[in-house]
Design a protein around this ligand. Structure first.
Ligand SMILES: [Zn+2]
Length: 144
């Protein structure tokens, strides 16, 4: 398949130091400073706008941001998406009599496939608003 110029541009877009919605440039910060309880993200780079306390994660092992920094409103969407997905795997635990690890793993695998996100990037804490809304919709549709 021939790669169009637009595709090439999208794939090679430099996402390091993404600009915040407020126009400020972002600074690098490590996951352990934002999510002290998430060991998996401890060494992951994030970009933060100190002006609006908006931040965004990066692809593992790179300094390439996953999107644009998330404001408090955006992070509320992430919280809702998280709560809905938690409900799904907790129901699965009861319904299928499986462990938390199995139920949670299956939920994230399912979500990643639905969203077209790689399993290792399937952390709602890193989702942009579109992915959050899709997660909320998906969990409402299939989780009830
Ligand atoms: Zn900002």
């Amino acid at each position: 398949m021939k790669v169009t110029e637009a595709q090439h541009k999208a794939e090679t877009k430099d996402w390091s130091f993404p600009e915040c919605g407020c126009g400020q440039t972002t600074e690098q910060i490590f996951g352990k400073d934002l999510y002290p309880h998430l060991e998996a993200l401890a060494d992951r780079l994030f970009y933060i706008c100190h002006e609006c306390e908006a931040w965004v994660g990066t692809h593992e092992g790179t300094d390439q941001a996953l999107g644009t920094p998330a404001t408090a409103a955006h992070r509320r969407l992430r919280t809702e998406a998280h709560a809905r997905l938690d409900l799904m795997w907790k129901r699965k635990m009861v319904r299928d009599g499986v462990s938390k690890k199995v139920a949670r793993g299956a939920a994230y695998e399912w979500l990643g496939k639905q969203l077209g996100v790689k399993p290792w990037d399937c952390h709602i804490g890193m989702f942009n608003e579109t992915l959050c809304r899709k997660t909320i919709d998906l969990c409402s549709k299939y989780g009830e």
